[in-house]
Each structure stands twice: as structure tokens, then as C-alpha cells.
Design a protein around this ligand. Structure first.
Ligand code: ATP
Ligand code: MG
Length: 176
């Protein structure tokens, strides 16, 4: 019997504290669309889609080899795409984020994974099915990134659940 494939992606997870802060802030806009569950808030780095379970150790080895630098992301843009996603994004992209995404992508491609050719557009989805951008000042959330995660996206009776299969720390910033 073959086991079903996993739906996999690498992402930056939020701490429960920051997720709670963001959810408290967005609760002022209850009609903005369908909210993403608090425990599902994240920023995708690389989406792999359906993969055999046997690929998980390969992905773990790639993740462990990266050893990226820690950084802080300042989420200070509120924006909406035509597909109805309302999201937070950084107006300044730290080079550490660009580098992490780039190196992860290069390693995945070198290992034979097929990835989207679209450019990386870092975002943290707040609502889906949002019809218009709320006319509100954007917030500022400072998000210290200390790890990245390999998630399996699972469909459950309660909705989509992301199961962390592995977490890798980012190297602390050292000052000399
Ligand atoms: P659901 O699709 O069940 O409503 P979801 O979108 O949160 O929930 P997934 O579709 O499994 O769950 O997606 C997991 C993550 O990967 C999300 O950040 C999603 O935006 C991203 N993602 C999904 N499909 C793609 C894709 N084709 N290309 C790039 N990123 C994707
Ligand atoms: Mg989806």
C-alpha cells in the first residue's frame, strides 16, 4: 500500500505572542474577509506541493545545511492582491531574508525539486476573500525571525492545519 503524498512548504512561523498581537489588531476589521486562523499565520518561503514522504529527510538535510542569519522583519505595509488576499508585508527587505529564500530555492532546485518560477513576494496573509483594501493606517509589527520550519499542510474537519515536521534555528546576530 502506498502512503499518500504530503503537501509541503517551508515558512517562517510566528511566535504565539506575535500571532496574538496581529489577531488583536486585525479584529478591528471583522468584515475584511475570511480571517486566516491565528495558529496558521506564517510567511511562506518556498512551496513544494505534493511530495512523497520519502523526500522529507532530503528536505531536512537541505534545511539543516543552510544555517541562515537571524534578522528582524518589520511588517509595515498592508496591501491586497486582486485575488482577494489582504496581507502584511515589509517595505524594506532585509538581505538576510532575500538570502535565505534564494539559498533555499537554489538548494531545492539542485536537489531536483520543481518550484514556482514566480518571484518571491514575501507576505503574511491576514484575510482571504477581501473585496477592497481597508482605508486604515498600516500597523508596524517588528518580527524577530529566529527559526524556519518545514510544514505539512493537512486538511482536517476543522479546516487546514499546518503540522511542523522540522524547525531550524537562525544563527543569532553577533556584534563585534
Ligand atoms: P487552503 O488552501 O486549505 O485554504 P492554505 O492556502 O493556508 O489553506 P495550502 O494551500 O496548503 O494552505 O498552502 C500552504 C501555504 O503555501 C500558504 O502560504 C499558501 O499561500 C502557499 N501556497 C499554496 N499553493 C501555492 C503555490 N502554488 N505557489 C506558492 N505558494 C503556494
Ligand atoms: Mg491554499
Amino acid at each position: 500500500m502506498t502512503t499518500p503524498p504530503l503537501r509541503l512548504f517551508f515558512a517562517l512561523p510566528l511566535s504565539p505572542e506575535l500571532a496574538a498581537q496581529i489577531v488583536t489588531w486585525r479584529s478591528q476589521y471583522p468584515h475584511a474577509g475570511k480571517p486566516v486562523a491565528e495558529s496558521n499565520l506564517h510567511m511562506t518561503l518556498s512551496f513544494l506541493g505534493a511530495q512523497p514522504r520519502g523526500q522529507v529527510p532530503v528536505l531536512e538535510a537541505i534545511a539543516a545545511s543552510l544555517r541562515p542569519q537571524a534578522f528582524t522583519l518589520c511588517l509595515d505595509r498592508l496591501a491586497r492582491w486582486k485575488n482577494g488576499l489582504l496581507y502584511l508585508a515589509p517595505s524594506q527587505l532585509p538581505t538576510e531574508l532575500t538570502e535565505l529564500e534564494h539559498r533555499l530555492k537554489e538548494s531545492l532546485l539542485a536537489a531536483g525539486f520543481t518550484l514556482e518560477s514566480r518571484a518571491f513576494r514575501p507576505h503574511l496573509t491576514l484575510f482571504r476573500h477581501c473585496h477592497s483594501l481597508p482605508a486604515i493606517p498600516p500597523p508596524t509589527f517588528d518580527w524577530p525571525i529566529s527559526e524556519f520550519t518545514l510544514f505539512a499542510s493537512e486538511n482536517t474537519a476543522k479546516g487546514t492545519h499546518y503540522k511542523a515536521l522540522g524547525r531550524w534555528p537562525l544563527l543569532p546576530i553577533t556584534t563585534t
